[in-house]
Design a protein around this ligand. Structure first.
Ligand SMILES: Nc1ncnc2c1ncn2[C@@H]1O[C@H](COP(=O)(O)OP(=O)(O)OP(=O)(O)O)[C@@H](O)[C@H]1O
Ligand SMILES: [Mg+2]
Length: 256
């Protein structure tokens, strides 16, 4: 399991440029992972994907998504996180080679890449065979995403996910929690680090929630996450919430 991330501060040359210009990244010291499921939470732009990608790069995963055999060269040109990769130390109690980085955001690129590789002549079965035998483009975004999760995650390894909820309906998010639960139960060397804004995913019992808010990475409780607080207030007091948001256009709430 990946137990600890350490920013070796002496290896940082320029604190003023990305990725060290991101406050939570700049403040990183030693980050202990104490659960096999950790969430990166926090506002947009606080550095969650940056850290997730740096871990993935360190581990040898393609940055757009994929495993060690899977490097999408056409999208691999962003080397801006390299200084962070160089300054980050990953400490394991037991290293498992397997793993996966999945970004819902760029998943389409990954699917295209798989399709392209299958068009080229080569030895061995088509890659899509491992993804359910159909081009990933002939399924919906959420179906594809869930298929990949289902096929790739039932084993030991370090699984990094960036906003998986972007592709998943609320019901599928619940199914996803069940899938994670099954994997953690069945495979004792499986580990998940998931960046998310989803109040559903964050609710996984006993997960470690690391907030990137307030310019530092720190552990918080589920009820302290912005995702929970906003969803909770919104669903319980929708009218009040909307009236506040649109206070300058009260006519919006008048019956026609
Ligand atoms: N290649 C880059 N060069 C310069 N700045 C970058 C680069 N990539 C991201 N940033 C900036 O770094 C900050 C952190 O970005 P990051 O993508 O890690 O945020 P995030 O927490 O994942 O946000 P979100 O919740 O919106 O996905 C943002 O201000 C972003 O604009
Ligand atoms: Mg992000």
């Amino acid at each position: 399991m990946l137990k600890k991330l350490t920013l070796l501060r002496e290896r940082v040359q320029d604190w003023d440029i990305y990725p060290f210009s991101v406050p939570a990244i700049r403040q990183l010291g030693v980050l202990a992972l104490r659960s096999r499921i950790a969430f990166f939470a926090g506002e947009n732009g606080t550095g969650k994907s940056t850290l997730l990608e740096a871990i993935a790069a360190h581990y040898g995963f393609g940055r757009e998504g994929g495993n060690r055999n899977f490097r999408n060269n056409s999208t691999e040109s962003n080397h801006s996180i390299d200084p962070l990769v160089k300054a980050l130390r990953l400490s394991f109690d037991k290293k498992t080679g397997a793993g996966f980085l999945l970004r819902a955001e760029s998943f389409f690129n990954t699917a295209s890449h798989i399709d392209r590789l299958d068009e080229e002549p080569g030895e061995g079965p088509p890659i899509s065979a491992f993804y359910g035998g159909r081009s990933l483009h002939t399924r919906s975004h959420g179906e594809t995403f869930f298929t990949v999760l289902d096929l790739k995650f039932r084993r030991n390894g370090l699984f990094l996910l960036d906003e998986p909820e972007a592709a998943l309906s609320p019901q599928r998010q619940l199914s996803f929690l069940v899938l994670i639960h099954d994997v953690l139960h069945e495979f004792k060397d499986a580990q998940f680090i998931i960046s998310t804004h989803s109040a559903v995913l964050l609710a996984y019992p006993k997960a470690q929630i690391l907030s990137f808010d307030e310019e530092r990475v720190h552990e918080i409780d589920y009820e302290q996450t912005g995702s929970f607080q906003v969803a909770h207030r919104f669903l319980n007091h929708r009218e009040v919430f909307l009236e506040e948001l649109f206070a300058d256009t009260p006519w919006l709430f008048k019956e026609d």
